[in-house]
Design a protein around this ligand. Structure first.
Ligand code: FES
Length: 128
């Protein structure tokens, strides 16, 4: 199953659910065998996804469920101590974890749907 999912991806949501610089879609994953949440959002037309875990302290970052962007809708902001991340790369550009990065979850879109791809670090949350 995990092998197949690495090739074909796991369906995450409809492309239309990710509005440009809008609210993120949350999904459950295993990070190093620990249950955590990840999130996907659309930025500059592209779907991107990261584990919802700040590089400063390993805690969730959204100030409301699915709300990750700052007021300017330019940056992912951690609601705990205000670290700023580039939505394109997940790199921390300001704050206590400067130059660290979020853990990226590869995503692709096809036929109007968004799929995410497991890796050695990030695995599906459901049992085979
Ligand atoms: S926990 Fe995110 S900036 Fe400190």
């Amino acid at each position: 199953m995990a092998g197949d999912a690495r090739m074909t991806g796991i369906e995450l949501c409809a492309s239309s659910e990710l509005a440009e610089r809008g609210k993120a879609v949350l999904f459950d994953v295993l990070l190093w065998n620990e249950s955590v949440r990840a999130f996907a959002l659309r930025f500059e037309g592209r779907a991107v996804a990261y584990v919802n875990r700040c590089a400063h302290v390993p805690t969730e970052m959204d100030w409301q469920p699915g709300e990750f962007l700052d007021d300017s809708r330019e940056w992912i902001i951690c609601s705990i101590h205000g670290a700023i991340y580039d939505p394109r790369t997940g790199e921390c550009l300001g704050g206590p974890c400067l130059r660290s990065r979020l853990i990226e979850v590869p995503v692709m879109e096809r036929d109007g749907k968004v799929y995410w791809y497991p890796s050695d670090d990030v695995q599906p949350a459901f049992a085979d």
